[in-house]
Design a protein around this ligand. Structure first.
Ligand code: UDP
Length: 316
């Protein structure tokens, strides 16, 4: 296959490109690098099946030649990023999804939307099955991301129903691993970077809120299987093992044998109190379940951050 990946220099986009190339496909990558990092695809430059274009997907999109797939991963995705780039987040979810769907339609290509567990908002149903419609505050600070992705899902289904585009929608739950930015503000990257620097871990609120953390290789495997499947309805991909933020902090401190302790900070507005995917559909349809335990995934992620932080301190 020859496929386009938007957001290819991001955390997930770059791992997805690696997997697609490893499967023998050709990857055309786009990114405007506002939250993506060119270092994430540095190892791919020069690969004969990979090409990269610095382009904003909300602008007119022209790609020469045939395409079999369009995988739309461009978007700020950490709460800190989408608070810093609220308009860009709304634009890439709406205008960017429109452009990417239009391209898929013109090329007769299969389209996959990277959606999110944020479509469920602060969920009143737990764990969250795909059939749950969500509990989102449209005008809260997170609304820029949540509503952009909800709109993107609606647009994707409209292109499927009215134009017959072959579409797939993955709802991605919290994911971690190498190539997260040290400053992206997410909890796993924050805690690891803070512990490595000997700083206290910033726990927001009382730390009783929960998340379910999926290692990036597991996530990409689920997405690849979904892309090849015939599932049209949205599908949750994420790790169903649920932890409180306090438990995560304890685990990071224990693994790193750190005495840093924790520093409580205010809970961000509309921060979901619980989150855990119901992955019954993914396991039944795709035979998929995550393989990597949190401790093992954290070890791999810590090794990555050690390297990145060493490089940073060598530069300064
Ligand atoms: N969080 C925290 N300390 C941090 C960063 C995040 O306690 O330094 C909390 C945050 O309030 C949320 C959870 O960790 O309850 C996950 O936050 P993240 O930003 O990773 O993503 P979210 O799941 O909220 O989209």
């Amino acid at each position: 296959m020859r496929v386009l990946v938007t957001g290819v220099a991001g955390f997930l986009g770059s791992h997805l490109a690696d997997r697609l190339l490893a499967e023998g496909h050709e990857v055309v990558g786009l990114d405007n690098l506002i939250t993506g990092n060119a270092d994430n695809i540095g190892h791919l430059l020069g690969h004969e099946l990979f090409s990269f274009f610095n382009h904003d997907v909300t602008q007119f999109l022209y790609v020469a030649g045939e395409l079999d797939g369009v995988l739309h991963f461009a978007s700020p995705a950490s709460p800190v990023d989408y608070l810093n780039f609220p308009i860009q987040t709304l634009k890439v979810g709406s205008l960017g999804t429109h452009k990417a769907l239009g391209l898929a339609r013109a090329k007769n290509a299969r389209f996959l939307l990277a959606s999110t567990s944020e479509v469920y908002g602060d969920p009143a149903v737990h764990p969250q099955p795909e059939t749950y419609w969500g509990n989102v505050n449209p005008v809260g600070p997170r609304g820029v991301y949540d509503e952009a992705k909800r709109f993107a899902e609606a647009l994707t289904m409209a292109y499927h129903r009215y134009h017959g585009v072959e579409t797939r929608i993955v709802r991605i739950f919290n994911t971690y691993g190498p190539r997260m930015r040290p400053d992206d503000g997410r909890v796993v990257s924050n805690f690891i970077v803070q512990a490595l620097r000997g700083e206290p871990l910033t726990v927001y609120g009382d730390g009783s809120q929960t998340r379910s953390f999926c290692y990036v290789d597991d996530l990409v495997d689920g997405i690849y299987r979904l892309f090849l499947s015939d599932r049209i309805d949205p599908l949750n991909i994420g790790n169903p093992n649920e932890f409180t933020i306090n438990q995560l902090a304890e685990l990071v401190l224990e693994i790193l044998e750190s005495q840093s302790g924790v520093d409580h900070r205010p809970l961000p507005v509309n921060d979901p109190k619980v989150r855990r995917p119901d992955t019954t559909a993914a396991s039944e349809l795709l035979g998929w379940s995550p393989q990597i335990e949190l401790r093992d995934g954290l070890l791999k992620t810590i090794a990555y951050f050690r390297e990145v932080l060493d490089l940073d301190s060598a530069r300064t």
